[in-house]
Design a protein around this ligand. Structure first.
Ligand code: 3HC
Length: 293
């Protein structure tokens, strides 16, 4: 029998985790957001509050709907709060050892029916499944940034995932308004594998002086019909995240087009990580979606 997903845990409340929590709460599920660091927990709480406040101002939500969404989300600093969750989505930083330790801990804490999912961008879902005693109930559930807007979820099935579990998670993705695609456990899955090579090559073009940042952005928006150019997208994804994905893809495939560009490396070393730090390829004002003039 498939799992009836009613209570979902989200571990890690950074940009992606907070967005994922919002998506589930908007779809009517009870959400438990867990973040060990109290400051990060507070940022996650205020992210949800600001995002729903913006939707209220734009007339996309009523006061009542906003209150209901906020009322469905509880926050905790401890994984013990996830004991009875039907599904837990992990959205912590892309560090394999930290993720494996978390999956082992979740496996100890959660009931045997809980499905454990990872939002990893490029790390091995199989390696995370192997850290648990329930590999059949471990999947990838990969959302895209901004999670409340982007309609795709990659459902990653390993060789040991129970096919019924993967189908149940795909059904859940549809229930929260997303379109699922089923993908195998290969670094970068489909979207990042195709997208990051392009983004990394765009940085290479800029470094070699083939065109200016502005002209590369314009070329890809107007010539390829993309909603944003490669540098705006890198700033949205986060340059550290993009760097890590390129590095994993390079290590796995030995394909030089994934070797992170020196300029990307330099910006990451300088702490210019994109919108989240207010500076990446562009500088950003307080309004995160608007580059500074
Ligand atoms: N959170 C919530 N909602 C947001 C948002 C955010 N961060 N950013 C924008 N929105 C909403 C706006 O409120 C608006 O909603 P409305 O239509 O209901 O009023 C809608 O999105 C459109 O926003 P804007 O009018 O401000 O701006 P745009 O029309 O330019 O859209 C965009 C912004 C949706 C970000 C669009 O430019 C886009 O689709 N860009 C490409 C994003 C993309 O490719 N993401 C995938 C990255 S890869 C990834 O995430 C994988 C990971 O593993 C790295």
């Amino acid at each position: 029998m498939g799992t009836a997903y009613e209570t979902v845990g989200v571990v890690g409340l950074g940009t992606m985790g907070a967005g994922i929590a919002e998506v589930f709460a908007r779809a009517g599920l009870a959400v438990i957001g867990v973040e060990a660091d109290p400051d990060a927990l507070e940022r996650g709480r205020s992210h949800l509050s600001r995002s729903t406040e913006k939707a209220l101002r734009r007339g996309k939500l009523t006061e009542e709907e906003r209150a209901a969404i906020l009322g469905r989300v509880t926050f905790a600093g401890d994984l013990g709060a996830l004991r009875d969750a039907d599904l837990v989505v992990e959205a912590i930083p892309e560090i394999m050892e930290a993720k494996r330790a978390l999956f082992a801990e979740l496996d100890r804490i959660c009931g045997p029916g809980t499905v454990l999912a990872t939002n990893t961008s490029s790390l091995s879902v199989t390696a995370l499944a192997a850290a648990t005693t329930r590999p059949g109930r471990v999947v990838g559930m990969h959302f895209f940034n901004p999670a409340p807007v982007m309609r795709l979820v990659e459902v990653v099935r390993t060789v040991v995932t129970d096919p019924g579990v993967a189908e149940g998670v795909a059904g859940l993705a549809r229930r929260i308004g997303k379109t699922p695609v089923r993908v195998g456990d290969r670094a970068g899955f489909v979207v990042n594998r195709l997208l990051l090579g392009y983004l990394n090559r765009a940085v290479g073009l800029l470094e070699r002086g083939v065109a200016s940042q502005h002209d590369i952005e314009t070329a890809m928006r107007l010539g390829a019909g993309l909603p944003m150019g490669p540098f705006a997208l890198l700033d949205l994804i986060g340059l550290d995240t993009a760097y890590e994905i390129c590095e994993v893809l390079f290590q796995e495939n030995r394909d030089p087009s994934f070797a992170p560009s020196p300029l990307l490396r330099e910006l990451v070393a300088a702490g210019a990580l994109g919108r989240k730090t207010g500076r990446g390829f562009s500088a950003y004002t307080d309004e995160p979606s608007r580059p500074a003039p």
